[in-house]
Design a binder for this molecule. Sequence first.
Ligand code: GTP
Ligand code: MG
Length: 252
Amino acid sequence: MKTIFVSGTAGSGKSLLTSKLLEHYTNSGVFAAVLNLDPGVENMPYTCDIDVRDYIDYVSIMQQYDLGPNGALVMANDLIASKIDEIQNEVHNVNPDYLIVDTPGQIELFAYRSSGPFIVENLTSEEKTSIFLFDGALITSPVNFVSIALLATSIRLRLNLPAINVLTKTDIIGDKLKEILHWTTSLSTLENAIAKEVDGDTYSLTSNILRGLNLGGFAQGLIPISNTTGDGFINLEGALSRILNLGEEVED
Ligand SMILES: Nc1nc2c(ncn2[C@@H]2O[C@H](COP(=O)(O)OP(=O)(O)OP(=O)(O)O)[C@@H](O)[C@H]2O)c(=O)[nH]1
Ligand SMILES: [Mg+2]
């Protein structure tokens, strides 16, 4: 079994991408299954094979411990780690070739508390990778782009997995797409764009972060996709295949 963790900022398209990947693999005759790790989700665009909500009831946590929505989410996320054996057993029983893991909307709860990295490390799987979604709709300026790339790098450090950077919602960002892709291939173009947007301390902070990030591969190989039109999926599938199958393409 190979495992794909789908991460990214809130609303970036994690659940929709999960459903599209499931559909893609299923249509290609590959046995894929989904594990939902989001205890707070109400509706999802796929039928879930393994669901953390079967073990953790976010609403009862809120009532039982008299917590607000965020306090309950923190507790619910922390409890995920204690359910690893049950989750692992269910995964083992389903036994898919590909397990696609949809992660909680609040990425900071999943990646920065200990349960997310614990699950990532302890879920038994032949190969693992993570996809980080850059929300196309959030990248409205070069400084925003650098700040999301900083988050992507930080999540990569926390999850400690080979990561694939993906830009979503290309269907709604128009000409911005070309500009963003240009920024990823030409550091000087991005630096010039930052200089046009901000100055003083914000400029020096942003450009120093960019240089630091660039040493470790800034937004490396960003793959543009649309979850609604399916544009770019072939490139994402290729990138997943290169990491998970060590270069062998999945047979169609
Ligand atoms: N136009 C467009 N909309 C998208 C795309 N991907 C996701 N969306 C929409 O963006 C919204 C959020 O998508 P989700 O898949 O729920 O995002 P998520 O990251 O799972 O959200 P949370 O789990 O709540 O953080 C939904 O209305 C989706 O239909 C895309 O590529 N293009
Ligand atoms: Mg979601």
